[in-house]
Design a protein around this ligand. Sequence first.
Ligand code: C5P
Length: 230
Amino acid sequence: QQEPDYTGWHVLISAGGTREPLDPVRFLGNRSSGKQGFALAARAAARGALVKVVSANVSLPVPEGVEVIPVGTALEMQAAVEAQVGWADLVIMAAAVADFRPAAYAGSKIKKTHDPADPDAAPVIELVRNPDILAGLVQARGPAPRPVIVGFAAETGDADHSVLRLGEEKLARKGCDLLVVNEVGVDKTFGSDENTVHILRKVGAPVAAGPAGKDVIADAILDAARPLMG
Ligand code: C5P
């Protein structure tokens, strides 16, 4: 049971993972299931918020009282988020957005033998950068206090950098108000019902949450965002 501490607030959430089409049957995608984004939507609604989810390729039941805006690609997600951001008091970018998309879309299926002169040649796929939707939101907001903006960072860490260190750098670079860092790997986080996160704040120590169900993690994120909303 939870206080209805989000009553009257408008919460916009991106969820899932974008798919960047190569041809009519293939895409570049990622392992995001949308579970954490949908758990955030369910918990924000349960705490009294009006909630819209820009949802990329999620096949989960829609939480009670939540409006879903379906998208496929990063560019579609950008357009949908930018169309809704004026409505929002809080934006949580939980989606895994492709950083790159194929430079060209082939209108018909790319053939195994794509170069008749060299039947064994593999095609080279040229990529171009997608816009960073989160960075665009922070830039467009400027010094205004709202919307409060929350980013996610899925990190694998490496020999020289812990996930927390990478998260701190990303929080500073992206300029969002909170950054939810989770360590990912093939069998960690993506598709799982559980999550372990560090919620990094501009001011104050990071808040650790989990391992716990994604609904518990969602409440921890909403708890951290609530005081920023005035
Ligand atoms: O830089 P990185 O992709 O790790 O940042 C992750 C955060 O940025 C997430 O909140 C994600 O939703 C957002 N993002 C975005 N547009 C992109 C890439 C990431 O909004 N093109």
